[in-house]
Write a protein that binds this ligand. Structure first.
Ligand code: DGP
Length: 124
């Protein structure tokens, strides 16, 4: 096994969201397909706060540069989630935090889908 492959295996073994995708850690799942899983955030910042994650381990948005199909799948899944949660008419926000300055705290790329109340205008 290459060092790269070993590094990825270690990352997956330690990854919180990989464990949620695998069902090893329980979550309140609201959507799934062959590429994507979505579940409620454990510390919701709005009445609707769902995390949309790829099944395969990708540590951050930067890792999606070479996989536009998966990036698109994540975004369309977010739109499905918003509709299923009933916020597609009232409006919602999709956000991705990347890295330290972006305040990313879990190293498995995820889209936040937030809605159910008037969100504030400031993003940064
Ligand atoms: P971020 O800061 O963008 O990396 O967001 C990570 C989010 O993950 C944060 O809003 C809280 C959420 N989170 C952390 N641990 C868990 C967990 O064990 N279960 C669920 N459902 N969400 C979690």
């Amino acid at each position: 096994m290459t060092a790269n492959a070993r590094g990825l295996e270690d990352a997956v073994a330690d990854c919180l969201f990989c464990k949620i995708v695998a069902g090893d850690i329980p979550s309140d799942q609201v959507y799934e397909d062959d590429a994507v899983v979505a579940f409620r955030d454990i510390a919701p910042q709005a009445p609707v706060h769902v995390l949309v994650v790829p099944r395969r381990h990708v540590s951050s948005l930067d890792g999606l540069r070479d996989d536009p199909d998966l990036a698109g799948r994540l975004l369309t899944a977010a739109a499905h989630v918003a509709r299923a949660e009933g916020v597609h008419r009232s409006g919602y926000r999709v956000a991705v935090n990347h890295g330290r300055h972006g305040a990313q705290s879990v190293g498995h790329v995820h889209l936040h889908v937030l809605g159910g109340r008037q969100l504030e205008g400031e993003l940064g």
